[in-house]
Design a protein around this ligand. Structure first.
Ligand code: ADP
Ligand code: MG
Length: 382
């Protein structure tokens, strides 16, 4: 869905029509959490929720940007001087992308931009990656850079790492760029090889956002990453991708308790992703259920990124679905969302259980989305 008069609004704001639209989706990760920046495996899918950007090239070196989500606010910056952070929190994402494209040596020209999105923000569906990839799509097309979707994704990740100071891995941007309708994407984050895995027709993806306000979590998130790197160092491997449980146990005495636990999560999660890929291919709900449950417990006990609200939501949905569904927390943790895989007929059980139990236990309303796997980045000229 896109705001009805999106194109008219662009014309109203900029006094000329848009020339093209770049659209990139949010995503949900089915399994493989915190494995991406350890060069491991992840299995996300792009969702049919999109961030869309209408644009028109300008005759100067200015980027002007409005977002329908922040009416009355406008960010504006020049491309021919150093790009630094501005006052607009969301405008910084556009600056971030322009900054890394320029740093890479790409010649950019000024653009007028208007953003619309139905990717919920801060819900764990990665609206930030959708925005970065969509902005990358704008510059790629408007400036005829001929970059691959993979390169646009890598630049989006750099934007988030180096300008926004969030040390995320490549998963969100890569699946936003390369997602495929009705498929999940198995990503080998070491080689960036991807394999599209068909999602069985009778499987629904339900995302329940805890709506717990995430605050000051970047430092926690970044600390997990440091713990993982330290653990890899102590096992003398380049990344946790190259470690196994025996190596971990042998090096345990040299590690802090946190380094051991973080690495234990990553090593076991990598093998769960590969097994879940097979289970998805076989439409094997029992196996998916066992693997997603184990993933959640590992995130709770080893990686320590769940909170009572997300643990509670998982428990509520697991109880509602019984053997008929697979449930775990998804995304960066410290709040955010959980994901359930179930048959279409069972969606109502989740809805009923969440409305009966979540608010009464936690005093927050949850939001529920039934997601469909959609395509990645698309740029359409008018
Ligand atoms: P998540 O990626 O989980 O949705 P983040 O906090 O990483 O949450 O990113 C959300 C931020 O991305 C917003 O606060 C805003 O700055 C920016 N953003 C996302 N979507 C839009 C949009 N449609 N318009 C403007 N900014 C957006
Ligand atoms: Mg984000």
């Amino acid at each position: 869905m896109v705001t009805d008069n999106f194109c008219e609004l662009f014309e109203e704001i900029y006094q000329h029509p848009a020339q093209a639209m770049s659209a990139a989706p949010g995503r949900v990760n089915l399994i493989g959490e915190f494995t991406d920046y350890n060069n491991g495996f992840v299995l996300p899918c792009a969702l049919e929720f999109y961030t869309r950007i209408l644009y028109r090239k300008r005759n100067d070196n200015k980027v002007v940007v409005h977002s329908l989500h922040y009416p009355g606010e406008c960010d504006e910056f020049a491309l021919d001087t150093e790009i630094t952070r501005g006052d607009s929190q969301w405008g910084n994402y556009i600056r971030a992308v322009a900054y890394v494209f320029k740093r890479q040596g790409h010649q950019l020209s000024g653009v007028d931009l208007l953003i619309d999105s139905n990717v919920p923000q801060g819900s764990g569906l990665s609206s930030s990656a959708a925005l970065e990839v969509a902005v990358g799509g704008v510059f790629n097309q408007a400036c005829q850079l001929n970059l691959s979707n993979e390169t646009i994704a890598l630049l989006g990740q750099e934007a988030e790492n180096d300008f926004m100071d969030c040390q995320c891995g490549i998963m969100d941007q890569l699946v936003s760029a390369n997602g495929k309708k009705a498929h999940a994407l198995l990503i080998d984050c070491q080689s960036l090889a991807t394999e599209a895995i068909g999602i069985p027709d009778d499987l629904s993806i339900v995302i329940v956002n805890s709506n717990y306000p995430r605050k000051l979590v970047d430092s926690e998130y970044n600390q997990r990453r440091i713990d993982c790197e330290q653990a890899a160092n102590k096992m003398s491997v380049a990344s946790l991708r190259d470690a196994d449980i025996d190596m971990l146990d042998n090096a345990r005495s040299s590690m802090t308790e946190n380094e051991y636990k973080r690495a234990h999560h990553v090593i076991t999660e990598n093998s769960r992703v590969l097994n879940a890929t097979q289970a998805l291919k076989n439409n094997d709900m029992q196996m998916l259920r066992a693997l997603m449950t184990a993933s959640h417990l590992s995130l709770r006990d080893d990686f320590e990124v769940t909170i009572p609200e997300t643990d509670g939501l998982v428990e509520i949905c697991q109880t509602a679905l019984g053997n008929a569904g697979a449930v775990r927390m998804t995304g960066g943790g410290f709040g955010g969302a959980i994901v359930c895989l179930c048959r279409h007929d069972d969606i109502d059980k989740i809805k009923a259980a969440v409305s009966a139990h979540y608010f009464s236990r936690f005093n927050i309303q949850a939001s529920l989305y039934v997601g469909k796997a959609g395509n990645g980045l698309q740029v359409t000229e008018f």
